[in-house]
Write a protein that binds this ligand. Structure first.
Ligand code: NDP
Length: 393
């Protein structure tokens, strides 16, 4: 029995709240706080059990500390934006509350994805006897846990990992992003990067691609990108020779993105406009569909998983571990599209792991540092079944 404070009433926040509400024996009290109170109220109306709501600007650490002191939660689940990570971690330290998030901190004025800022909190969390769990969505999150599961059960030695994220869904809009547009576009337009033989190798944005035949979907072109889980996996799976991350994009998405980039709409530096300073990407976000609103009419599936190669009993092996998620099914269940669903469910399970003591530690952790078994067992029970195939010996 625990009280959880969920911060962020967006597409992912709506899934986390509804999924926590389905497990009252653990999440006995739920508080949802976000910048815009009416978004919290809208989510509250979807539930058949009472929750509390609150307005908060999570960038304001002092206001957040007062709210947390008033609510006294056991855990804060941060599904606002990565910009708020450090402020919420500071509030956790000030109030003695555990922390969980799904995306690593990045400074607003620089699209730089790295765990350093948050890993630097390790000693402070450890000294206070608190736990912070980072990157507990799908990717990062479940993809790291698939790797931990492979290391525990399938391989003596892991050599190569390819994380492949395919969204073959159709939301019927000319251009939309499946999670927060600003964060999504910053991620997609940065340089690609992968790890090989002890070095990070940079590539021009979306310049490297391959085609993969995704189960239940078919062949799709996927592009090499940098993604944050590679940084923690390289650290936590010593001996790995290569790790890459791939994501599929439709030609229409890429054409729109190219045009927006070419005209300067994806810039993250402020420009003068009629006497105001505006950030073009933030203005673009205001025009694009809210990711939480894409669910109705969204058809098709996502397939996210890890192709892992290595050795078992000195023989080479290749395993593919993946989840398929159906947009329409997610919408029928909780009014969400599959990208929000596949992020929100693992965040709820991670919270469950922490609150039940199945995953415990003092300090700041990534999910692959814990026993993958209880998490892997929980995934299908909460809507995310997974498949494991041995491709060749
Ligand atoms: P949305 O934009 O739909 O939702 C973000 C919510 O956070 C909004 O309700 C927003 O409020 C609120 N928020 C923003 N700033 C603040 C603030 N200063 N204080 C309080 N609330 C704030 O995004 P998503 O739900 O799509 O994504 C949420 C998070 O999940 C992101 O960090 C994203 O990177 C992460 N993610 C992780 C994935 C994974 O697999 N690991 C995959 C997909 C997403 P308002 O509406 O008022 O602006």
């Amino acid at each position: 029995m625990a009280k959880v404070l969920i911060i962020g009433a967006g597409g992912v926040g709506s899934v986390v709240v509804q999924k926590c509400a389905q497990v009252p024996e653990i999440f006995s009290e739920i508080v949802l706080a976000s910048r815009t109170l009416k978004k919290c109220e809208r989510i509250k109306k979807r539930l058949d059990r009472p929750i509390e709501t609150a307005q908060i600007d999570a960038d304001d650490t002092r206001a957040l500390v007062s709210l947390v002191r008033e609510i006294r939660p056991n855990l804060i689940v941060n599904v606002a934006l990565p910009y708020q990570d450090l402020s919420i971690m500071d509030a956790c330290l000030a109030t003695g509350v555990d922390y969980l998030d799904t995306a690593n901190y990045e400074p607003p004025d620089e699209a730089k994805f790295c765990y350093k800022w948050q890993w630097d909190y390790h000693d402070r969390f450890r000294e206070k006897g608190l736990m912070a769990l980072l990157g507990c969505g799908f990717d990062p999150g479940v993809t790291n846990i698939f790797c931990a599961h492979a290391a525990k059960h399938l391989f003596d030695e892991i050599e190569y990992i390819d994380i492949m994220d395919c969204n073959a869904g159709d939301h019927g809009r000319p251009f939309a992003t499946n999670f927060n547009p600003e964060i999504n576009i910053r991620e997609v337009t940065q340089k690609g990067k992968y790890y090989q033989e002890g070095k990070w190798i940079e590539t021009e944005p979306l310049s490297v691609h391959e085609t993969f035949d995704f189960p239940q979907i078919g062949p799709r072109k996927m592009y090499l990108m940098y993604h944050e889980e590679m940084e923690s996996l390289v650290k936590n799976l010593p001996g790995i020779k290569r790790i890459r991350f791939w994501m599929t994009f439709s030609d229409a998405y890429l054409t729109h993105l190219r045009v927006l980039e070419n005209v300067g709409m994806t810039r993250i530096d402020p420009v003068d406009f009629q006497g105001c300073r505006i950030v073009p990407l933030q203005f673009l976000k205001a025009l694009l569909p809210d990711p939480g609103s894409l669910g109705g009419g969204y058809t098709g599936k996502t397939c996210i998983g890890c192709m892992i190669e290595g050795k078992k009993d000195e023989k080479p092996r290749r395993h593919y571990i993946y989840n398929i998620c159906d947009h329409e099914q997610c919408y029928r269940e909780i009014g969400a599209q599959a990208v929000s669903y596949t992020t929100g469910v693992p965040a709820m399970i991670g919270a469950m792991m922490m609150l039940t003591g199945k995953w415990r530690g003092k300090g700041v952790f990534n999910v692959e540092q814990f026993d993958p078994d209880p998490f892997m067992e929980a995934l299908p029970h909460h809507g995310l079944p997974w498949t494991e195939t041995l491709l060749e010996e």
